[in-house]
Design a protein. Structure first.
Length: 585
């Protein structure tokens, strides 16, 4: 029987213990299933997300590192942004390094006495003081740790930037080369624990009794991955290939979601970035696709000298939307410059971009003025101003700039402009204005992300194949349910269509998890769904509070105009099915 292990770390007590958690994996499969159960059991509604008691759980699943594109790690925590379930997924080498350190889960609790980084190398767990890293950018921190932590085995580097140290609820954790636990504020949670970084490595490897069926299945999946059209798209231009097509169908958020068509789309398209800036494509461990697009651009050290540095920064659709079309920036170079500052500070790019867009509209509508902004005049399209503002947020130049890194919802409640605050349950909206299903997906999703149920795909499907509203919402619901299983395996969602239920069951069987069948997977999906919403509701979430941001009733989307009443109907349908599928947990 395969066994699974959890590394339990208490930063306050400075203890670490490896415990057998095979039973948890037998019941909850792995990844998001296991981590949700652990979060629920170790974090109550009384727990402040930034208190020492708040846990952070990193988990992989039973297929990680054994099959192609099973390359992600999930993090569960209580979100300082929403106050309820925090969940984020990241690639890089973390899943591999965690596995090779001999662990499938790592739960961190407590708070380090001094500013530290956590080192995990097989069985050696150490908290090391990190004063020299204080205030250091997320990019420089990795460079320093790479030099310091030379060791054998696969290494993975997680770190926060200064934004996480300042406990910004929109700060992220950066993983290896440009991968992120981006959404919902994990950076602040690590910051509150006095943890600047985690370096993890090991040299265990995957052992199997019967290799032949495993190798046959591996090869079949590998062939599908490398030959599938969808994967070619991710490898070729990456998700940024969506920019032009989305704009053509009025689906690309522009100027704080004022419209779906961006006149500068071609300038910031995947095609333009690839032609003029793409330097390298890299991949997460165990992934033959390599969708991570790294651009380079040159920047003068000082304006008066002819000396330049070459900077490397990753880009994709969400980043181009958040720092490009939604701010009306049509210069790819400026998008990269903004991204570089954001990478260094360690903010979630979507959240900070949407907050800047809200601030710009608030300025245009005279809700805030130059007294608030210390003389800055905000206007869409002015990249230099946004660059200055990001630096002022980082230095906390005045109260308003300090507030901007608390996110859109916080700012709109304090300064006004809630009608055009583009948030769903306090989380800033991702890059689609394709219609009702995108927004219903963000609202009803457990982490309020486009990755919960991909409603934007349903919006695009129904352009040519119309179905009833109820059928559309059902598609979102069913997709969300299947993703609870896929996210328990912690695969990359880009490969979700390759891993259908039959393939998943075959893969589980050949990797020593023989007790799973279709019925058990279906029950598990309902259990995870129920438990996640139980946690959310106990921590203040209510379906009844969900609303379409009022501005979106006046925007022409891919599927035309939207109404608040249709949105409410969609939420009610989702809630009804969730109640019908309720599984006691
Ligand atoms: S497709 Fe991209 S994000 Fe997904 S595992 Fe591969 S490289 Fe990582």
């Amino acid at each position: 029987m395969r066994r699974f292990y959890m590394l339990e770390i208490n930063l306050t007590e400075e203890t670490a213990e490896r415990v057998d958690c095979t039973e948890l994996f037998s019941e909850w499969l792995g990844g998001t299933g296991v981590a949700t159960k652990l979060l629920y059991d170790s974090c109550s509604s009384e727990t402040d997300p930034l208190s020492p008691e708040a846990p952070v759980i990193f988990a992989i699943g039973p297929l990680n590192n054994a099959f192609p594109v099973m390359s992600k790690t999930v993090a569960l925590f209580k979100s300082p942004l929403t106050g309820d379930l925090g969940e984020s997924h990241a690639g890089g080498r973390l899943g591999l390094a965690l596995f090779e350190s001999g662990n499938h889960v790592m739960r961190i609790r407590g708070k380090a006495k001094e500013f530290s980084y956590l080192s995990v190398e097989n069985d050696q767990i150490e908290l090391k003081q990190a004063y020299s890293l204080k205030g250091m950018s997320a990019l420089a921190t990795e460079r320093v740790l790479r030099d310091v932590e030379t060791r054998s085995g696969k290494r993975s580097f997680l770190r926060i930037g200064p934004a996480g140290e300042r406990l910004s609820p929109i700060s992220c954790v950066t993983v290896d080369a440009s991968r992120h636990f981006g959404r919902l504020g994990l950076g602040a949670v690590l910051g509150s624990k006095n943890v600047k970084a985690i370096v993890i490595s090991g040299d265990s490897y995957f052992k199997l009794d019967n290799k032949k069926p495993y190798l046959q299945l591996y090869q079949r999946i590998f062939d599908q991955v490398v030959n599938s059209e969808a994967m070619t798209k991710y490898h070729d231009l990456g998700t940024s290939m969506n920019v032009i097509p989305l704009s053509k169908i009025n689906g690309l958020p522009t100027r704080n979601f004022s419209q779906g068509f961006f006149e500068g789309a071609e300038n910031i398209s995947g095609e333009t970035f690839a032609r003029d800036f793409l330097a390298q494509q890299i991949a997460c461990a165990g992934c033959p696709i390599g969708c991570i697009h790294m651009a380079t651009y040159r920047e003068a050290f000082e304006p008066e000298h002819h000396m330049y540095k070459t900077l490397k920064v990753s880009y994709d659709h969400e980043l181009i939307y958040a720092l490009g079309s939604n701010l009306s920036i049509d210069s790819p170079e400026m998008v990269l410059k903004l991204l570089q500052v954001i990478e260094k500070q360690g903010w979630d790019a979507i959240s900070i971009g949407v907050t800047l867009a809200w601030a710009t509209e608030a300025f245009q509508r005279a809700i805030i003025d130059e007294t608030t902004t210390g003389g800055e005049i905000l206007s869409f399209g002015n990249g230099e101003t946004y660059l200055r503002i990001l630096k002022k947020i980082a230095s906390g130049e005045n109260e308003f700039f300090s507030d901007l890194e608390k996110g859109t919802e916080y700012c709109s409640k304090k300064y006004g402009g809630e009608d055009f605050a583009m948030t769903f349950r306090r989380n800033e909206a991702p890059g689609y204005v394709t219609g009702m299903n995108a927004f219903l997906g963000y609202a009803t999703g457990v982490r309020h992300s486009h990755l919960d149920s991909a409603g934007y795909s349903v919006d695009q499907e129904i352009i040519n194949n119309p179905i009833s509203f109820e059928e559309q919402v059902r598609k979102i619901y069913d997709e969300a349910c299947w993703r609870f299983i896929f996210n328990s395996l912690v695969g990359c969602l880009f490969a979700r269509k390759i891993y259908d239920q039959k393939t998943v069951l075959e893969a589980l069987e050949v990797s020593g998890m023989k007790s799973w069948d279709a019925e058990k997977l279906d029950t598990l999906s309902r259990k995870i769904h129920s438990l996640k919403f139980k946690f959310k509701e106990e921590n203040g979430f209510s379906f009844d509070d969900l609303k379409l941001p009022p501005k979106l009733e006046h925007v022409y989307t891919t599927n035309g105009k939207l109404s608040q009443s249709d949105f409410k109907k969609g939420v009610e349908l989702y809630k009804k099915w969730l109640q019908e599928d309720h599984h006691p947990v």
